[in-house]
Design a protein around this ligand. Structure first.
Ligand SMILES: C[S@@+](CC[C@H](N)C(=O)[O-])C[C@H]1O[C@@H](n2cnc3c(N)ncnc32)[C@H](O)[C@@H]1O
Ligand code: SF4
Length: 396
């Protein structure tokens, strides 16, 4: 349980409900990567695509009474490796979603695709099914780095996947990781330049983190770059991408103008989202409360008709921290009014913490916006801790 440093936060009162998105989790991968703590499971044999679609629709239908009439602004099919599903299954998934929920006109529909699992016909099928944005987990264009990360694909296959995706989609993101075992600043820059060479609309650059319950956590790889070198790589990424015309809009996200990921921006602005699929979680707002829901993590349990699900009301005392955990990741921060709109609490609830963080140089504000300073972004956990009383660290 998180304890939050706000004095007796009042009753939650939301004047209007936030935008609503839909996250769909596909939990299987060809092989589990040694650094990955996502809910992903090695596939053995054929995937139960039909049974999984049925479970997803059951799951969605159980949530529908809570969101009647609300349009969905974006869909994100993530994993795991959603591109292991056939184009026919993705088509059936999106048709089933559209039959049950009103998709807003022009809704962003993203699918995560892994090199080594996609060919041109499959990408064309995804496009025909209504996917309009592809996110490719490249990680690196260096075979030595890919081997160190235990990826199933080569650099050439990664480049081939990006080119094939661009033949069917205008809106393509490349995921890169930096701070990799044995990686130098020059190698990290090289990866970025390769990514930029494709002219993709979006790049996400994540520093490798060692997560509990992963192979890398129990056996860290040798020659990991130290803190200073990793920070130099982040700075170099920011400079290279800015020079190439990409806006740095969130800790790890860079986009061509007009191409920010609307689905992720909705998370960071503390919007609502339905989460369906094994291990998926969601957040929904009501006039007097904010709730979170979560689904069974193991695919076998999730597939059962009476799969266990959790739902809880977020205590009012936790809402300011949860809001900040998301909104302070945005480079431009948030409009001050958004805090009240999304948490249902007055901004005065956190006034003391905001003032303290500002005096420490971690936060900047003007009459309209509140955002982490450059220092605050680099020490995001430290900034977020200002909203906790017991020193629990938050994941940045
Ligand atoms: C939902 S994950 C997986 C997407 C896809 N299955 C893949 O691996 O290509 C999205 C991204 O998170 C990043 N990621 C996963 N684990 C990470 C870790 N331990 N440290 C930093 N980035 C990580 C990777 O760049 C990955 O592409
Ligand atoms: S392919 Fe992606 S989701 Fe699957 S194990 Fe690797 S990093 Fe995790």
């Amino acid at each position: 349980m998180i304890q939050v440093a706000v004095e007796r936060p009042g009753t939650v009162r939301l004047a209007a409900l936030p935008p609503l998105a839909l996250y769909v989790h596909i939990p299987w991968c060809v092989r589990k990567c040694p650094y990955c703590d996502f809910n992903s499971h090695e596939k053995h044999g054929a995937l139960p695509e039909g049974a999984y679609l049925e479970a997803l629709f059951r799951d969605l239908e159980a949530l529908l009474p809570q969101v009647w009439g609300r349009p969905v602004i974006s869909v994100f099919i993530g994993g795991g490796t959603p591109s292991l599903f056939s184009a026919e299954s993705i088509d059936a998934l999106l048709s089933g979603v559209r039959a049950r929920l009103p998709l807003a006109p022009g809704a962003e529909v993203t699918l995560e695709a892994n090199p080594g699992t996609v060919e041109a016909a499959r990408f064309r099928g995804f496009r025909a099914a209504g996917v309009n944005r592809i996110s490719i987990g490249v990680q690196s264009f260096d075979d030595r780095m890919l081997a160190a990360l235990g990826r199933i694909h080569s650099a050439a296959e990664a480049a081939g996947a990006v080119e094939t995706a661009l033949a069917s989609f205008d809106n393509v993101n490349i995921d890169l990781m930096y701070g990799l075992p044995g990686q130098t600043a020059a190698m990290a820059r090289c990866d970025l330049e390769r990514a930029l060479g494709f002219g993709v609309t979006h790049v996400s650059a994540y520093q490798l983190t060692l997560e509990p319950n992963t192979v890398f956590w129990s056996r860290p790889p040798p020659r990991l770059p130290g803190h200073d070198l990793a920070a130099d790589m982040q700075l170099a990424a920011e400079q290279t991408l800015a020079q190439a015309g990409y806006e740095h809009y969130e800790t790890s996200a860079f986009a061509r103008p007009g191409c920010r990921c609307r689905h992720n921006v909705n998370y960071w602005e503390f919007g609502d989202y339905l989460g369906i699929g094994a291990g998926a979680h969601g957040k929904l707002s009501f006039p007097d409360r904010v709730t979170r829901h979560a689904r069974a993590k193991q695919p076998a349990s999730y597939l059962k008709p009476q799969a266990p699900a959790e739902e809880r009301v977020v205590p009012a005392a936790e809402l300011p921290f949860e809001f900040m955990l998301n909104a302070l990741r945005l480079v431009e921060g948030f409009e001050a009014r958004l805090f009240g709109e999304r948490t249902g609490l007055p901004l005065s609830t956190v006034e003391r913490q905001l003032a303290q963080a500002q005096s420490e140089g971690l936060l900047e504000r003007d009459w309209r916006r509140i955002r982490a300073s450059e220092r605050g972004r680099h020490f995001l956990n430290e900034l977020l801790e200002r909203f906790l009383v017991d020193g629990n660290t938050a994941r940045g």
